[in-house]
Design a protein around this ligand. Structure first.
Ligand code: 3PY
Ligand code: MG
Length: 267
């Protein structure tokens, strides 16, 4: 089986930096896969992305050495198994709040006896190789998000759940859970303390710590703190920021007022 390059980096104690795909098309997925990142995540939770978009996006990513992840819309075994069958090498499961929910996510990612994943790999056999089922339980990454109040309180039981490879912090849901505005790159002391609390729990249980950002400044900060799965930038945001900055550089021409699509989020 083709190895999961990101899990190899984690096993070696190294970090992996990734990007986020919210636009439902294979071409921009391929463009993003040529930017030097270790992994890309196709966002089926908040991105405008459906299963029929996800499959060609996975195919586009597999023209490179970038490791493909999918954030599923919810902690549902059916969609977790279906994106793995199509070639995702890792899933990111949103809003996991306790041990039972973490176990549910793990079980969907692992073939018996470790879990309850149903046999039926399709496109992943072309990407991974014919011996996929033999090694999938070790190579597939099960990443659960901690971003709710209950999840913060129960972070130790989540981080110590067998089969959970990484905990990924969603900074804006985390902010809402703390009663703060949903700011992505967040300097609020309460937010910083909670991020550190989750990081420490990950270190205690030898689970990979991960977090979403929207800038190299915060990506670097979290890498320096020891996070090993850090998201640097999303396709939609990169496109929007770049064009707005270029528009602003021109003189002798009056640009139209930007639409309300001006964004501060990381999706
Ligand atoms: C959040 O900010 O809540 C996220 O889920 C980011 O991916
Ligand atoms: Mg979230």
């Amino acid at each position: 089986m083709r190895i999961n390059r990101v899990k190899k980096l984690w096993r070696e104690g190294k970090p992996a930096v990734g990007g986020w795909l919210s636009i439902p098309h294979c071409v921009q997925a391929e463009v993003m896969a040529h930017t030097g990142l270790d992994w890309l995540c196709i966002d089926m939770q908040h991105g405008c992305i459906d299963y029929s978009d996800t499959v060609p996006m996975l195919t586009a990513i597999s023209t490179t050495h970038v490791t493909p992840f999918v954030r599923v819309p919810w902690n549902e075994p059916a969609i977790i198994m279906k994106v793995l069958d199509a070639g995702a090498y890792g899933v990111i499961v949103p809003m996991v709040s306790n041990r039972a929910e973490a176990e549910r996510a793990v079980a969907a990612c692992r073939y018996p006896p470790a879990g309850m994943r149903s046999n039926g790999p399709n496109r992943v056999l072309l990407y991974a190789g014919a011996d996929y089922q033999k090694h999938a339980n070790d190579e597939v990454a099960c990443v659960v998000m901690v971003e709710t109040l209950e999840g913060i309180e129960k972070v130790d039981e989540i981080a110590s759940t067998p089969g959970v490879d990484a905990i990924y912090i969603g900074p804006t849901d985390l902010a809402l859970a703390l009663g703060l505005p949903p700011v992505m790159d967040n300097d609020d002391p309460k937010h910083v303390a909670t991020v550190n609390r989750i990081l420490e729990a990950c270190k205690r249980h030898k689970t990979v710590p991960g977090i979403h950002t929207t800038s190299s400044k915060f990506t670097q900060r979290y890498l320096d703190q020891g996070f090993q799965m850090v998201m640097l930038g999303a396709d939609r945001v990169a496109m929007s920021n770049y064009m707005k900055a270029e528009v602003a550089r021109l003189t002798g021409w009056t640009p139209m007022a930007p639409g309300s699509g001006a964004n501060s989020g990381g999706y």
